[in-house]
Design a protein around this ligand. Structure first.
Ligand SMILES: Nc1ncnc2c1ncn2[C@@H]1O[C@H](COP(=O)(O)OP(=O)(O)O)[C@@H](O)[C@H]1O
Ligand SMILES: CC(=O)N[C@@H](CCC(=O)OP(=O)(O)O)C(=O)O
Length: 294
C-alpha cells in the first residue's frame, strides 16, 4: 500500500519546485534516455510526462536516446550477435542497417509518440536531418594495446553539430528527440554512442544541465556503493582499476567532457526510478551521481 501524502506535504513539494522553475526557465536541459532505462511501460509513460512538464513550465528539454538492447534484439532476430569493445558496438554494414532501422525508426518514433500522447509536440530527428550531426570514422585508442587503435567499422566520431535545427524547434515549442546517427563527408552513415551525442549536443547548445538516465543508481564504487559526486581524478583511478567498465566508459567520458566544456551540471541518474527526471531537476532531492569538472 502506498503511504498517503497529506495536502500540506503536497503543497510543500510543489512550492519546492518554484525556485528551480525560475532558475531554469528558458534554459536547455539535455536528457539522455538510455536503452536500458526504457524497458518498462510505466517508466516510459512517467519519462514522457516529465519531459512534457519541463517544457510546459518553460524549459527546453532536448531528448537524445539510445537503444542498445533494442538493437541487440533485432540483431538476434536476423541471426547476428552484438559485439562491443570498450562500450562501443562493432558496426559492420549489415549491423549499421539494423542500427539505423531500430534507432531512427522504431525507438525514435516510439518516444516521439509517447511524448505527444502526453500533450507535447515532439519531433524526431537523426543526425542526417539537415546533416546536423557530422561524423567521421572513429579510431578508438586501444586499452589493451597502448599506442594502437581499434577498428569498429561504421562507428562515428563527431566532427560538428549544427545547433540551428534544434534551436528552431525549441523556439517553435517543439521537443527535439534525437537518434544518435551521424553523416560523413561522402554521405556515409555512422553509428554513434548516444552518451557521446548527448554530451556534445549539451556542449554545443550551452545547456544548463545534462542528465544521463541509465539502469544503475549512478556511478558505483568498487563495493557497489553509489557515489553522489565524482572527480576527474577518481574517474581515472576507477577506469585504471576496472571499476568503471562497459557502457559506463563512453558515458563517464562524455559526461566529463560536457562538464569541462561549460555544461553547468552533469548527472548520471537511475532511469528505473519513476519520475527520476523531475526529482533531479525540480526538487532538493539529490539522485544519482554529479560529475565534477575538477
Ligand atoms: N562503476 C560502475 N557503476 C555503475 N555502472 C557501471 C559501472 N561500471 C560498469 N557499469 C555498467 O554500465 C552500465 C550502464 O551503461 P549502458 O549499459 O551503456 O547503459 P545505457 O543504455 O543507459 O547507456 C550499467 O548497467 C553497468 O552494467
Ligand atoms: C557505437 C555504439 O555503441 N552505438 C550504440 C548506439 C545506441 C546507444 O548508445 O544505446 P544505449 O544508450 O542504450 O547504450 C549502439 O549501437 O548500441
Amino acid at each position: 500500500m502506498t503511504a498517503k501524502i497529506l495536502p500540506q506535504d503536497k503543497a510543500a513539494i510543489l512550492a519546492e519546485a518554484l525556485p528551480y522553475i525560475k532558475r531554469f526557465h528558458g534554459r536547455t536541459i539535455v536528457v539522455k534516455y538510455g536503452g536500458n532505462a526504457m524497458t518498462d511501460e510505466k517508466l516510459k509513460q512517467s519519462f514522457a510526462r516529465d519531459v512534457v512538464l519541463l517544457k510546459l513550465v518553460g524549459m527546453n528539454p532536448v531528448v537524445v536516446h539510445g537503444g542498445g538492447p533494442q538493437i541487440d534484439d533485432m540483431l538476434k532476430r536476423v541471426g547476428k550477435t552484438g559485439h562491443f569493445i570498450q562500450g562501443m558496438r562493432v558496426t559492420d554494414a549489415e549491423t549499421m542497417t539494423v542500427v539505423e532501422m531500430v534507432l531512427g525508426g522504431q525507438v525514435n518514433k516510439e518516444i516521439v509518440n509517447l511524448i505527444n500522447q502526453h500533450g507535447g509536440k515532439a519531433v524526431g530527428l537523426t543526425g542526417k536531418d539537415g546533416n546536423f550531426i557530422r561524423a567521421q570514422k572513429l579510431l578508438m585508442p586501444s586499452q589493451e594495446k597502448p599506442g594502437q587503435t581499434v577498428d569498429l567499422g561504421q562507428v562515428g566520431d563527431i566532427v560538428a553539430i549544427d545547433p540551428a535545427l534544434i534551436a528552431l524547434l525549441d523556439s517553435g515549442a517543439f521537443i527535439p528527440v534525437i537518434a544518435p546517427i551521424g553523416v560523413g563527408e561522402d554521405n556515409e552513415t555512422y553509428n554513434i554512442n548516444a552518451d557521446v551525442v548527448a554530451g556534445k549536443i549539451a556542449e554545443v547548445l550551452r545547456a544548463e544541465k545534462l542528465v544521463l538516465l541509465t539502469n544503475t543508481p549512478g556511478v558505483l564504487d568498487k563495493e557497489g556503493k553509489l557515489l553522489t559526486g565524482i572527480t576527474p581524478r577518481q574517474i581515472d583511478d576507477m577506469v585504471a582499476d576496472g571499476t568503471l567498465s562497459g557502457g559506463m566508459l563512453p558515458k563517464i567520458g562524455s559526461a566529463l567532457d560536457a562538464a569541462r566544456s561549460g555544461v553547468k551540471s552533469v548527472h548520471i541518474i537511475d532511469g528505473r526510478v519513476e519520475h527520476a527526471l523531475l526529482l533531479e531537476i525540480l526538487t532538493d532531492e539529490g539522485v544519482g551521481t554529479l560529475i565534477k569538472s575538477k
